[in-house]
Design a protein around this ligand. Structure first.
Ligand SMILES: [Cu+2]
Length: 192
């Protein structure tokens, strides 16, 4: 064992000595270690966006179902979202990202559950979808979406109080007014 350790120490010594003897190699090494740090940061962001991609897929399915006035499909997608919360992997999140996730988790889960349990009552599903949209927006702002999203506003919903939602399309497909007014709304913000 002792022999093994000293032979590793010895080869390390030779490796270091070799690098020191060659300035160009040393500079290359520094440059590449800097880019490794940058890459690491990017990968962290990617992973966080990867963690929420399941939730996002289900959210967009609910949104598309509501824009088609399809309460059953909305309920099914919301049930999938409830399950996605159950198996959500927090390991990839930074402390700050985990904080934002923990802040919205219970609330978002509750709204997804109500959408899942209320097929046949699409107005009620839409009330919950409005608050769910705010939660998912906060999540995407902190973690990134890993895809292009459009934060869109409908000024007419809820007696002109208005409401927002996230869409994967720039073209407006209104989940609050559905087929009665499918294109009502304007894009407020583009997210990635
Ligand atoms: Cu409810």
């Amino acid at each position: 064992m002792k022999t093994l350790i000293s032979s590793i120490a010895l080869s390390t010594f030779f490796f270091v000595a070799c690098n020191n003897g060659n300035q160009t190699t040393k500079m290359d090494k520094n440059t590449s270690s800097t880019s490794t740090v940058d890459q690491g940061t990017k990968e962290d962001l990617k992973t966080a966006a990867g963690s929420i991609s399941g939730l996002l897929t289900n959210y967009l399915q609910i949104k598309n179902a509501l824009s088609k006035d399809n309460d059953q499909e909305a309920a099914t997608a919301a049930k999938d979202m409830v399950n996605a919360f159950g198996s959500f992997d927090k390991a990839a999140l930074t402390t700050e990202q985990a904080k934002v996730y923990n802040d919205i988790e219970e609330d978002a889960l509750q709204h997804a559950t109500h959408i899942a349990d209320n097929s046949g009552k699409i107005d009620h599903q839409r009330e919950h979808f409005e608050i769910l949209s705010k939660d998912i927006y906060d999540l995407v702002k902190e973690m990134g979406a890993g895809q292009k999203l459009y934060y869109t506003n409908c000024p007419m919903y809820n007696n002109n109080k208005g409401a927002n939602w996230l869409s994967e399309t720039k073209e407006v497909q209104n989940p609050y007014l559905g087929q009665s007014m499918p294109t009502c709304g304007t894009v407020k913000e583009e997210l990635n």
